[in-house]
Design a protein around this ligand. Structure first.
Ligand code: ATP
Ligand code: MG
Length: 564
């Protein structure tokens, strides 16, 4: 038997106006509908309705983690400095980490994520390959001193995360633990009712190899990703590739120099010659571990330095400065062309394919060259995807023009490998009696962020409409106001609760029906049952919050419908 929650006793104060500091839809609605309340920047209280939703998300996460054999634990959030010093993250996290001291001057942090501590727990508890694989998880409060805590619970400084960690002796074992998590995440986000995409990610500061992000498309999202409107391709903007397609058979006239005074930029050159920027070849000079290299891209495209850095890592990529041109007469600033650049390694975007013809610098002041053909007049030493992806670029899978969309990162899975096991010498006794180093995965879901992502994706002009499994109640019963209506509303509520339906009933005396309806729409319970005009005949109205469809039914029919 479920409980009937009476609005008259519920700690909820709905607001008609958006909070002044709110920028995103979920922030506005979760505050206005009384789910959360801000305490200070990035720090939030979960009020009764919000706590129910948060718990529902946690329950789904917990059920699916248990289903893959992961075991729930609860580790502290207040952690000693030493393990994070050992992994170097005490430093690497920089300002993101909340650091504090105890009364004896001992240094501590509030955990932003727990790789170190889980590694130590497993080192302490596990000694043989027979004890592995093991997957552990917790649903716990995390702390990160975010630079711009905004968007409500979407980006908190204190927030709820499900973090799990897998421990295996072999790479195949790790791949299997990763696969299990990936599938569990697909089930979780489907059950939560979130629209999401899986994109491959760059693992950044975490280190390690395979890594994917789960993104929920939403205007409030802080991540940009590419989405194919035709096929299932979706990717991080940094991961988009462009196929190298040599152009064959075209007869190009011989290259020739052009007098182009005062045209050190692509814009000035294109204007002088009356050609589109895309007909020109832009050659960006950068330093790779101190060596000057040129990067060629079509003149209308930008080089994505982040992407370039990822390709060339661990080499360090820097921009050139004026001093780098000293003693280099071969490098004419603003007039660089790949033809005759003998001493410089030439990297290029695949759009600069063999057989394509370009207008580019002639390596002489105020001079350019045209009909400069790739493969004839210059060679590319290495092709790399380095341009900033743009809307309409071809999908690498099907060729359709890609869309650029915004999304919220709701989950992230990593194959960490042996990074932390190496730091803490996490070995177990292998089958052959020799120690084996353990390999790890780490997997996160933003539990509190998921509530915001859900709100972003399930809202309209009137307010929220929660998916059933996540909603704070199954049905919101509204007593229009008269004694008879209230009596019927309470009676129906009791009957529904007895059948296991979670009921929120608005029987507030002295509150107008209009206010009650507005609140019901704002709060967003999936079904709204109104005891109104025809209560005397035992007839109620049932409304689907999301579709707005309404139907008059007898009390018995309504109960049958809601308990089906
Ligand atoms: P972001 O890029 O958004 O800062 P992240 O990549 O640093 O996130 P992870 O370390 O991968 O985050 O953490 C796992 C999950 O925790 C994320 O996928 C996200 O859903 C959630 N999360 C991370 N930071 C926050 C935050 N400040 N508030 C709420 N949830 C967060
Ligand atoms: Mg992440």
């Amino acid at each position: 038997m479920a409980q009937v929650q009476r609005m008259s006793r519920l700690l909820v104060k709905t607001l008609r106006d958006d909070p002044a500091d709110a920028e995103t839809l979920s922030h506005k609605l979760l505050v206005r509908a009384g789910y959360v309340r801000r305490n200070s920047a990035g720090i939030w209280s979960w009020l009764p309705l919000g706590k129910k939703v948060l718990d529902n998300v946690s329950r789904v996460v917990r059920e699916e983690m248990d289903a893959i054999g992961a075991q729930e634990v609860l580790l502290p959030a207040l952690l000693p400095k030493e393990p994070y010093e050992a992994s170097a993250r005490w430093e690497e996290y920089g300002d993101l980490l909340f650091r504090l001291k105890d009364r004896k001057g001992g240094e501590y942090l509030l955990g932003p994520t727990h790789e170190e501590i889980f590694t130590l727990v497993v080192k302490d508890q596990v000694s043989s390959y027979k004890d592995l694989p093991v997957m552990l998880y917790q649903i716990q409060t995390k702390y990160r001193d975010e630079a711009r805590p905004r968007s409500g619970v979407l980006r908190g400084r204190e927030f709820q995360m499900k973090d799990s960690y897998s421990f295996d002796t072999t790479d195949e074992g790790l791949a299997e633990s990763y696969r299990l998590h990936r599938e569990a995440y697909q089930k979780i986000f489907a059950r939560l009712g979130l629209d999401y995409r899986i994109v491959s990610a760059v693992s950044g500061a975490m280190g390690g190899s395979a890594s994917e992000e789960f993104l929920a498309p939403a205007a409030a999202g802080e991540d940009t990703f590419v989405d194919c409107p035709n096929c299932d391709y979706a990717a991080n903007t940094e991961a988009v590739t462009f196929a190298l397609t040599p152009v064959e058979g075209a007869a190009h006239p011989a290259a020739e120099e052009l007098d182009t005074p005062d045209t050190p930029t692509i814009e000035s050159l294109a204007e002088l010659l009356g050609v589109p920027a895309s007909a020109t070849l832009k050659n960006l000079l950068v330093k790779v571990d101190g060596e000057i290299v040129a990067v060629g891209v079509p003149g209308n495209r930008e080089v994505d330095l982040g992407k370039l850095g990822e390709h060339l890592a661990p080499a360090v990529v820097e921009l050139v400065t004026a001093e780098d041109f000293e003693g280099r007469p071969d490098l004419v600033r603003g007039y660089v062309g790949p033809q005759g650049l003998e001493k410089v390694r030439y990297l290029a975007d695949p759009r600069v394919a063999p057989g394509t013809s370009w207008i580019t610098g002639a390596n002489k002041q105020d001079t350019h060259a045209r009909n400069v053909v790739c493969g004839r007049d210059f060679e590319v030493d290495q092709y790399l995807d380095v341009v900033v992806v743009e809307e309409g670029d071809p999908c690498p899978k099907c060729g359709t023009g890609l869309k650029l969309d915004r999304a919220i990162e709701i989950g992230h899975i990593f194959q960490l490998g042996r990074k932390y096991a190496d730091t803490f010498q996490l070995d177990v006794l292998g089958q052959n009696g020799k120690p084996v180093r353990v390999t790890m995965g780490s997997y996160g879901i933003g539990v509190s962020r998921a509530v915001a992502a859900l709100a972003e994706q399930h809202a309209d002009e009137q307010g929220l409409y929660w998916p059933k499994e996540i909603a704070p109640a199954d049905v919101h019963v509204v007593a229009a106001g008269k004694a008879l209506q209230t009596e019927l509303a309470l009676d129906v509520s009791e009957k529904l609760a007895a059948a296991g339906v979670r009921v929120l009933v608005d029987e507030r005396p002295g509150v107008s029906p209009g206010v009650k309806f507005t609140d019901a729409e704002l709060i967003g319970v999936p079904q709204i049952l109104v005891a109104g005009r025809r209560s005397g005949e035992g007839v109620v109205e049932l409304k689907d919050r999301r579709t707005g469809e309404r139907e008059e039914l007898t009390v018995e029919e309504a109960i049958a419908r809601l308990t089906a």
